[in-house]
Design a protein around this ligand. Structure first.
Ligand SMILES: *Cc1c(COP(=O)(O)O)cnc(C)c1O
Length: 358
């Protein structure tokens, strides 16, 4: 069976070595030695000034929305994982969708201003599949209208734009370290924020608001992660360049061998250095997508319909029509992509797709 993704497992002895440190310390959570070390290593790897590692990639979105969204209207993309939208609703904000660019698949920045109202407090956009939004245009709009910018950068570990980490853009960026993501800690995530005061607010918010054991800075929640997750992160991180390299080879094989005349591929933003996190293809119609998916399933290959459905059509957001996102969602799927996908598997995937495009 070839699945859309496969979690990277580091050699078990290397995970065990990290666990031995945990047993020796007799310290299991509350920002222990391993977690602090992982934060330092992640900062260094990404060349960012701050990171707060949390329990998953959703809680940092919620914390950012709680502090910056202020129960207002949030301009957001309909083409993302459900966590982007559900976090908005969960935090008693209102999602206001803006349609996507048909090739980059990120929010169409030229349509943002028309969606701004006096109640708008923030923009929450996704660098979908690791492909950066037009961060400069979004920053200019946010400045002009005094809005905050939060990026759901769940797919973006290692992505740079104009030579800087993509996590450096916006007021806050978040990432997911879930087992299916490029870099993972089993379950996990992170928040990135360059502004020292805002970073401090995010920091105390993820630890019940604590200011020492007896005092509180303000309202908080529990977003902390444990030493067991940090141990996994420390065991995976040394392999991250190999993981990205192996994915790059698979992507290059797809690019060179898929019948590009009959498929639309993701257009990566200019000046971005991408991380090969997903390989989405757009078929000519949903009927064709279902046909190709069926053919792949018959030979035990399981792509995924990422992202489907368009988030403006789900039960708790229904109402706004987003023609481009709905069209893209109906005919996009992600092909298997992970470190260690071998040549014979890639050949079979490409062969099956090309043979069913006619
Ligand atoms: C994976 C993902 C999340 C959620 O991350 P978790 O770590 O699973 O909570 C949020 N947004 C996007 C776009 C994702 O793909």
């Amino acid at each position: 069976m070839i699945n859309v993704t496969k979690t990277f497992f580091p050699p078990i002895e290397e995970y065990q070595e990290q666990l031995e440190r945990v047993w020796k310390n007799q310290w299991l959570t509350n920002r222990g030695e391993l977690l602090l070390e992982l934060e330092e290593k992640v900062k260094k790897y990404l060349s960012v000034s701050n990171v707060i590692i949390m329990t998953n990639g959703t809680i940092p979105i919620q914390i950012a929305l709680k502090i910056l969204g202020k129960e207002g209207e949030i301009i957001t993309t309909p083409f993302s994982y459900v966590a982007t939208t559900s976090s908005i609703v969960w935090e008693h904000c209102k999602p206001v969708f803006v349609d996507i660019h048909p090739e980059y698949l990120t929010i169409d920045e030229t349509k943002i201003e028309a969606a701004i109202t006096p109640k708008t407090t923030a923009i929450l956009a996704t660098h979908v599949f690791g492909n950066p939004c037009n961060v400069e245009a979004i920053e200019a709009i946010a400045k002009k209208h005094n809005l905050k910018v939060i990026y759901d950068a769940a797919h973006c570990f290692g992505v740079t734009y104009k030579g800087k980490s993509i996590f450096d853009f916006g007021d806050v960026s978040t990432c997911s370290f879930h087992a299916t993501k490029l870099f993972h800690t089993g379950e996990g995530g992170a928040l990135f924020c360059n502004d020292a005061d805002l970073n401090h607010k995010m920091y105390f918010s993820h630890n019940f608001g604590h200011n020492g054991p007896l005092a509180f800075h303000g309202l908080g929640v529990n977003g902390k992660t444990s030493e067991l997750q940090a141990a996994m992160g420390l065991a995976v991180l040394p392999y991250i360049d190999d993981i990205i390299h192996s994915r790059k080879e698979a992507v290059e094989y797809y690019n060179a061998n898929l019948d590009c005349g009959k498929l639309q591929m993701l257009k990566i933003r200019e000046n971005a250095s991408w991380n090969y996190s997903y390989y989405p293809i757009l078929l000519e119609s949903e009927a064709k997508l279902l046909e190709v998916q069926q053919a792949l399933n018959e030979v035990d290959i399981y792509p995924r319909r990422y992202f489907y459905p368009s988030l403006n059509t789900i039960e708790f957001t229904k109402g706004q029509s987003m023609p481009i996102s709905e069209d893209v969602a109906s005919r996009v799927m992600c092909l298997p992509l992970y470190a260690g996908l071998v040549a014979s598997e890639l050949e079979q995937i490409v062969h099956t797709i090309n043979n069913n495009l006619g």
